[in-house]
Ligand binder design. Sequence first.
Ligand SMILES: [Zn+2]
Length: 510
Amino acid sequence: MPRIAIAGFQHETNTFSPTPTGWKEFCMADSWPGLLQGPKVIDGTRGMNLPIAGAIEAARASGQPIELIPILWCAAEPGGAVTDEAFERISGMILEGIAGAGALDAIYLDLHGAMVTESLDDGEAELLARIRRITGSGMPIGISLDLHANLSPDFVENAGPITIFRSYPHLDMADTGARCMIEILKRLNGAPQFAAFEQIPFLVPLHAQNTGIEPCRTLYRSLDELPASPDEYADIAMGFTAADVPNCGPSIVAYAKTRARAEALARDLFERFCACEGKFDTALFSADEAVHRAISMQGSGPAVLADVQDNPGAGASADTTGLLRALVDGGAQRASTGKEPGFIRALLGTMHDRKIAVDAHAAGTGVIFSGELGGKSGIAGDGPFIGRFEVRALSEGRIPYTGEMYRGGIAQIGPSALLSVEGAKREILVVVSSERTQCLDLALFTHFGVDPFEFDIVCVKSTVHFRADFEAGSRAILNVAAPGLFSCEPEKQTFRRLRKGVRIGSCGKA
Ligand SMILES: [Zn+2]
């Protein structure tokens, strides 16, 4: 009976964020469970759209007798560099588990692929190298990765088989873990697999990586069309641009029965990807322009304004106030009619401000209080919104997700509140949380008793993931460039450590 150790250690590191990610962040539950060990890895992830849950289910569904040895699984909200202490402690636990598991036939790892630590440009490559020192070179180490992985040749050399999410929004996380387990089992059953790897020489901003639109839609469709047999496959990582490391950027992995075939497959995809340079939709609106357009726009359903640069899911602080200010007094004065067509109702989430959330709880529902909302992260061009707020609803912040992406999960955002901004000429409601959380699921609003589809404007601190829940039924979606720790214009960011020749700012329309 094959014995397969399974473990997970996920982080997407924004090297431009000043806030380090420590042991505590990996232990706490957020949108996903806190750190799990031993059999709890299986019980604590069952039914969730998580790669490791899909891998476990695929092993069971294979019908083969397989012994899984669960070691550890953890993930932290994207943020600044992983502390050396957290990396050493968690890696040490995984290595101990593997070394103590007895004879193994394979290992499955649920990694993100964009972990940077205080001392390492590529945390996962180091973890993998240490695992290889225990296992030697022959054993399959199957790894499923996020679409936003920044892959290095060393990592790909030591890993295999690798599978990568094929959708952004990530609706196929569990499926990608399942694909990886199936590929591991194929190897254990004797299928030889050769790998090929290519790195794309330009960066693609996060908001242009939406796989629901061109050119990504066609590019990802080719992953189904190109393989000539079930013995070969390829995957694409779009990369995570908020990482000033040599291997930042998109890449391609391909596997086949012969090295020549794997290389041909990777090369074909490389050429298709490179042919897309200049064709990505990188358009961004200023906050004022977006509000103005949203107000002037005909149609039904809300205009959804994506605060793409303040997405905590990309390591941002989720507390900038640029879009909130535009809702309060921006946009309308430049409307072509000269006045607003009607009373505007706007909803914004999820603003991270523990103090205001706690103050709202102290005040109580229906009470109006004064405060400084958000803008406390010291981000250039941003600051708190000083005003008076009515407490409309309160919650302890355990919110079951209702959307597909985080199905089975619970958003744990701590004491939280729905506030109304007093004295504004429009109705503006803001969901405030104690923990950073990406506003990608309708439940983050409906939990507080409001239906986003009844508003004229909905502002979300998310880049693309929100589309899975919000796009259908919306009037339009506008990407907004307001202050934030995740730059969607990498050409305006100072990179010092990219590998030579990587082009920045070349992927969009001229
Ligand atoms: Zn991702």
